[in-house]
Design a protein around this ligand. Structure first.
Ligand code: ADP
Ligand code: TYD
Length: 206
């Protein structure tokens, strides 16, 4: 029996962790074994890399940034996610390789195919069964972050134009792979987004 790998993507403050929690609770209540993960920082090594990539003072070259995210991803998939899926569990993860294509590709303006290929190498081609994209205007995401917490990390601190490119990058990825993606407007209510996600996951579970 093989499990499922479900990822949530979207801009900062789009509601990924809120929805990941609700989906995990619902699946556990239905009797499934669920593992939560996130990138960057799903593992102990990943937490160290997360600290560097999000909070290091001073510049990080765009290609170095892309490789740090890919290193975090390689370790997370090899030691945590793939083993859980092979045990038949459902892994729900905040962010995955689509974030690298959107942030390092569209945002930092690296070649999106090259960025994707680095992650595919890092994970031996491990792909999600379903990716939920919570689509949000960056200005609304920023307002939510301002209400929720105080300091921006290195990526959140980027200007509005950067985040607009990231959003367009995500939408282009979803348009190119409608089988894998479920795109939902992140301004809908928390409950109606959760219900749409449950409907799609029910289909996936057969
Ligand atoms: P992310 O993990 O994508 O950064 P969070 O789940 O942490 O986003 O949500 C960011 C903030 O927005 C939180 O304060 C959360 O309560 C709020 N939020 C989440 N979903 C919605 C929604 N659909 N409508 C309004 N606010 C929301
Ligand atoms: P995250 O902890 O999900 O932040 P938030 O809850 O605010 O959405 O992600 C941290 C930041 O890292 C986020 O701004 C997006 C960025 N990121 C990349 O630039 N590339 C990547 O490959 C990943 C996984 C995240």
């Amino acid at each position: 029996m093989t499990g499922l790998f479900i990822t949530l993507e979207g801009g900062d403050g789009s509601g990924k962790s809120t929805q990941a929690s609700l989906l995990a609770d619902w699946l556990r209540e239905s009797g499934y074994t669920v593992e939560r993960s996130r990138e960057p920082g799903g593992t102990e090594l990943g937490l160290e890399l997360r600290e560097i990539v999000l909070h290091r003072r001073g510049p990080i070259a765009p290609r170095a940034e892309a490789l740090i995210y890919a290193a975090d991803r390689a370790h997370n998939i090899a030691t945590k996610v793939r083993p859980a899926v092979e045990r038949g569990e459902i892994v729900i993860q905040d962010r995955y390789l689509d974030s690298s294509v959107a942030y390092q590709g569209a945002g930092r303006v690296l070649d999106p195919t090259e960025v994707r290929d680095i992650s595919l190498w890092a994970t031996e081609g491990f792909m999600p069964n379903l990716t939920i994209l919570l689509d949000l205007d960056e200005a609304i995401g920023r307002k939510r972050l301002d209400q929720a917490r105080s300091a921006y990390d290195r990526l959140e601190a980027e200007h509005g134009e950067f985040h607009a490119r990231v959003r367009a990058g995500f939408l282009a990825l979803a348009a190119a792979d409608p089988e894998r993606f479920l795109v939902l407007p992140a301004t809908d209510s928390i409950e109606s987004i959760a219900a749409a996600i449950r409907d799609r996951v029910t289909v996936l579970l057969g």
